[in-house]
Structure formats: structure tokens, C-alpha cells
Design a protein around this ligand. Structure first.
Ligand code: PHE
Length: 450
């Protein structure tokens, strides 16, 4: 295994790799996207398919991305190029995808910041019913400037952390924010489970009804698994390029996957009881958590406090993920275009801000502007989660399975033979055969081929 190049950033302590990668994985994907996608696709049945995707496809791919990143010590494009120029398109696919995800992710992050502030000031407590909350949400996202203002604030916070560098920015923020996130989430989930009438929501979420599974469910579950684990975007390649040589990649991938899945489950256990007790359809879409939870909190003692804490949770989860997406693009500009790190961060920040403003306006003043019937905001989400990320994952499998030097793969998985090597033949078999074939089947299935 090659030594870490001099002068390149390296993460500090033993836990850092897990915390930083979990910071990327655990995000709005778990707490905002997962519940509404699950709600829209049958609840419990979706959960089963989702967990299968995580275990069979997500985990091996995360390990594959870690191996490529740590072996190359480069940004996503540079990493693939180091091994084979013809495969650099996988890196480019990642950088473009990260950029496009930031376009809508920053907007939703802005919403969470606005809702946190309004919980704190008590404005959010003024509505009387779930319908009022829906009207309030619709008015808010359609406003031309308010969501953009908060989005810009969020972009600025991300920029500030990225500009401080890998150790002082990314690593420090993860060490502070991730433990905070777990404490808050556990408190909220327990609270939600103790609510009267939580049973119906729990049944919806945990009892599978397989008749609800359609061909598109499989692709949606796959896309959600990749989105939630930050796979197929070059994030894990980029982060692993800062891992220490002694970091245990297997354990890191396993812990990150477990944490990510646990957070999605806790988020479901927190949100579905709430959804049913205020009588909102679980398939309400992206507005789900912004309508149901404030409505629930409103009727409770100390509602303002709970609501502030919940939106703080979302803000924290979102921030560690926007940082990781931003880093994919920043590291690319920094290393491939030879820009200073700060200049690279500035280019990324400025361009994502323009994209995010367009996405935000597409829900309000520019609502007429649709692409194949979807708003610009929705098309960014759709194209990244259902096309670019699965494609990125698919080509990563092919690369690591068929092109990447197998000795290098083994060296990465065993830290040059210091760790047991049992995982190596299994992983290689999975990424060579099982994962690409399964992904192809899911893709064809969603196109209606079977
Ligand atoms: N995994 C993050 C989330 O769940 C989103 C993300 C996707 C981050 C891809 C990085 C790369 O919110």
C-alpha cells in the first residue's frame, strides 16, 4: 500500500474516519427523504427492499469506493484517472452528480434553517391545524426570496467549514455535530413512540404488504439506499483519500452503514406515528416532515422546544452532508485545476448557489418552468437519485471488479496483510458479478422490460 503523500491532509484519531463518513451518510436523506419515499412506496414493504439494497449493494460499494480513494490519495476524478485514464468518466460522473445534488439539497437545508428559527421565535406555533401548516409551507416555498435567503446562509456555513480545511473544518465539525445528532434523535424517537395512537404509524412502517411492491419500487429503493449512504457520487472516494493507512476499511464501512440505517429507522419510528396522529397522508411528498411534525409539536407541552430541537437535528444532519458534497467538488477543482483550496471552495460555492437559487425559484415564481412534467427542483432529485447515482455505482462495481489491480484491492482491505483477508474474495465476487447484475436487473425492470 503506498504511503500517504507528503503535504496532503490526513484525518486524525481512530474514530475520525467513521465520524466523517457517517457525517456524510446521515443527512436529510435519512430524516427528510427516507420517510416520504417510504410513505409513497408502501411503508413496510419498501423498508424490506431498502434494507436488502443497503446490505447487498450499498455496503460492498462503500468498501469499493473506500479502497479506490485510499489507494489513490486523490479527488474522485484524479483517483480513477490514476489507475486508468479511460475510467476517469466515473469520477466526472461523481463530481457532476455531487454538484447537482447540492442544487436541491441546499434548498431543503435552507428550509430546515428557516423552520428552526421560526420554532425558536414561536411563529411556528401560531397555526391551528395540519392544514394551516400545509398552507404555511406552500406559501413559504413559493416565496421568491425567503427560501433563497436561508439557502444562502446555509451555503455560507458550509463554505466556512470547507475553507478551514479537512482537519480543522470537516473533521472537527463532524466530531462535534454527530454526537449531538444522536442524542437529539434518540430523545425525539422515544418521545414519538410514547405518544397516544402511535401504533398505527408503527404498523404502517414495520408491517410489510408485498402487494405494494412495483417494478419502480425496486429502483426507488436502490436510489434511496445509494443516496442515503452517499454512494456513487465520489464522496466516499474523496473522504477515504484522507483516511490513515491504519484505518480499518471494513469496520468503517460496516459502522457507517449501521449508523445510517439506524438513523433511517429511528426517523421512520419518529415520523410515521406523528403522520397518522395528525391525519396527513404518508405519501405527502417532500413537505411531509415540514407539515406533520410542527403540527404534532404544537399540541404538546413544551412544543416550541421540541420543534426547535427537531429542526436543529435536521440542520446538523444536513450540514455534515453538504460539507461532504461540497468537498467532492472542491477537491476536484483544487487538485485537477491547480487552484488553491480556498479559491476552489469559492468557485464551488458560487456555482452551487446559482443552481440552488434556480431550484428554489422553480417551486415558486418559476413554477411554469418544468422538465418532463417535473419542476427543476424535482428533476434534480430525480435525475441524481434514479439515474446518475445508480449509474455511478454500477460503473464503480465494474471498475473495482474488473479493472482495479486485485493486489491493490487486497492490500486496501487487509492493510497490507495486517488484517484478516476473508473479506477480500467475497467483496471481489460481489462487485464483479452480483452487484452489477442485480443493478442491471433493477434498471431493466424499472423500464418495464420484464
Ligand atoms: N447521504 C446524504 C443524506 O442522506 C446525502 C448525500 C448523497 C451526501 C450523496 C453525499 C453524497 O442526506
Amino acid at each position: 500500500m503506498s504511503n500517504h503523500p507528503q503535504g496532503r491532509a490526513l484525518l486524525g484519531g481512530r474514530l475520525s474516519a467513521v465520524l466523517v463518513a457517517a457525517g456524510s451518510s446521515v443527512g436529510l436523506g435519512n430524516i427528510w427523504r427516507f420517510p416520504y419515499v417510504a410513505g409513497d412506496n408502501g411503508g413496510g414493504a419498501f423498508l424490506v427492499v431498502y434494507v436488502l439494497c443497503v446490505v447487498v449493494l450499498g455496503l460492498p460499494l462503500m468498501l469499493a469506493e473506500f479502497s479506490v480513494g485510499r489507494a489513490a490519495h486523490r479527488n474522485a476524478v484524479g483517483a480513477y484517472r490514476t489507475f486508468d485514464r479511460r475510467w476517469s468518466f466515473v469520477g466526472y460522473n461523481g463530481v457532476v452528480t455531487a454538484f447537482l445534488i447540492l442544487g436541491f439539497y441546499f434548498v431543503v437545508s435552507g428550509w430546515t434553517a428557516e423552520y428552526m428559527i421560526h420554532s425558536l421565535t414561536g411563529d411556528l406555533a401560531r397555526c391551528a391545524s395540519a392544514d394551516d401548516y400545509r398552507a404555511m409551507f406552500d406559501r413559504f416555498v413559493a416565496s421568491p426570496w425567503r427560501p433563497i435567503l436561508y439557502t444562502a446562509l446555509f451555503v455560507a456555513a458550509t463554505h466556512f467549514i470547507i475553507a478551514r480545511g479537512v482537519q480543522k473544518g470537516i473533521e472537527r465539525s463532524a466530531k462535534l455535530l454527530m454526537p449531538l445528532l444522536f442524542v437529539v434523535l434518540t430523545a425525539l424517537a422515544i418521545h414519538s413512540l410514547l405518544m397516544p395512537g402511535s401504533g398505527e404509524g408503527i404498523r404502517f412502517f414495520f408491517r410489510p404488504d408485498f402487494s405494494k411492491i412495483t417494478p419502480s419500487t425496486l429502483l426507488v429503493a436502490l436510489g434511496q439506499a445509494f443516496f442515503s449512504l452517499s454512494i456513487g457520487v465520489g464522496t466516499m472516494v474523496t473522504y477515504a483519500s484522507y483516511f490513515r493507512p491504519e484505518a480499518n476499511l471494513r469496520h468503517t464501512a460496516l459502522h457507517v452503514t449501521l449508523l445510517d440505517t439506524l438513523v433511517a429507522l429511528l426517523a421512520g419510528a419518529m415520523i410515521f406515528p406523528a403522520v397518522f396522529s395528525v391525519g396527513i397522508e404518508p405519501s405527502a411528498g417532500p413537505s411531509l416532515v415540514f407539515i406533520t411534525l410542527p403540527a404534532i409539536f404544537n399540541g404538546m407541552p413544551l412544543g416550541m422546544v421540541w420543534s426547535t430541537v427537531f429542526f436543529l437535528l435536521l440542520v446538523v444532519a444536513a450540514l455534515t452532508s453538504t460539507i461532504s458534497l461540497h468537498e467532492v467538488v472542491t477537491a476536484y477543482f483544487h487538485e485537477e485545476w491547480n487552484l488553491g483550496r480556498r479559491a476552489a471552495a469559492r468557485v464551488t460555492t458560487a456555482s452551487t448557489l446559482v443552481l440552488a437559487a434556480a431550484a428554489s425559484l422553480s417551486l415558486g415564481p418559476l413554477r411554469e418552468w418544468t422538465i418532463a412534467g417535473l419542476s427543476f427542483f424535482d428533476s434534480l432529485d430525480f435525475v441524481t437519485a434514479n439515474i446518475l447515482m445508480p449509474a455511478g455505482g454500477f460503473f464503480t462495481c465494474l471498475f473495482v471488479g474488473w479493472r482495479f489491480d486485485k493486489r491493490l484491492l487486497r492490500a486496501q482491505l487487509t492493510n497490507d496483510g495486517k488484517l484478516a483477508g476473508r473479506i477480500y474474495p467475497l467483496l471481489r465476487f460481489l462487485v464483479r458479478w452480483v452487484c452489477p447484475v442485480l443493478m442491471l436487473l433493477v434498471f431493466l425492470d424499472s423500464l418495464g422490460v420484464f
